[in-house]
Design a protein around this ligand. Structure first.
Ligand code: ADP
Length: 159
């Protein structure tokens, strides 16, 4: 019964993330979307509770996907939930450097856990949470990139 951990900041979750979660759900019996509590290198717009709630609401159509918050090492959480794979999404080649570094570090810490990289779907290849937030802040229409509940949350932040 293979279980995958899908970790990330999800600040906020968008259609590119959701697409990866849907595809991971087809590959694994269970997928745990793990919302990273405090990424050191990122200034977050939404707090952990909000990011978890938005992820829960937008992934509720996937019965085998659950959402949790986490802090600490990704491999420790993977062990805790019984995951044998860490799923990540890859967009352009620029993602590759970072993801390979992350995957090899995780592999050194926990050799029994494998990284599974899913290539983005073409329509989300240029979508990132930072671009989404920037377009929203400037009043642009983001409805093609994020579900209504996320669009609403971003609009509320701007008010
Ligand atoms: P992190 O801060 O860990 O990079 P993100 O929330 O930015 O977390 O992303 C979580 C995962 O989703 C990462 O593997 C990232 O590459 C992937 N991802 C982000 N945007 C997209 C997208 N448009 N298509 C596919 N995967 C994506």
């Amino acid at each position: 019964m293979p279980i995958a951990l899908y970790p990330g900041s999800f600040d906020p979750i968008h259609n590119g993330h959701i697409d990866i979660a849907e595809r991971a759900a087809r590959l694994f019996d269970r997928v745990v979307v793990a919302v990273y509590d405090s990424p050191s290198s990122k200034r977050l717009l939404f707090n952990t509770e909000q990011r978890v709630e938005l992820a829960r609401q937008t992934l509720q159509h996937l019965p085998t996907v659950q959402v949790m918050a986490y802090r600490g090492l990704t491999v420790d959480v993977a062990h805790q939930v019984g995951a044998t794979a860490v799923v990540r999404g890859l967009r352009a080649t620029s993602d590759y450097e970072y993801e390979a570094q992350l995957a090899l570090t995780n592999k050194a810490l926990a050799p029994e856990i494998d990284a599974v990289m899913l290539i983005t779907s073409l329509q989300y290849a240029y979508l990132s949470a930072s671009i989404l937030k920037e377009v929203a802040a400037l009043g642009g229409d983001i409805s093609r990139w994020a579900p209504p509940v996320v669009v609403e949350a971003l609009l509320n932040v701007q008010r």
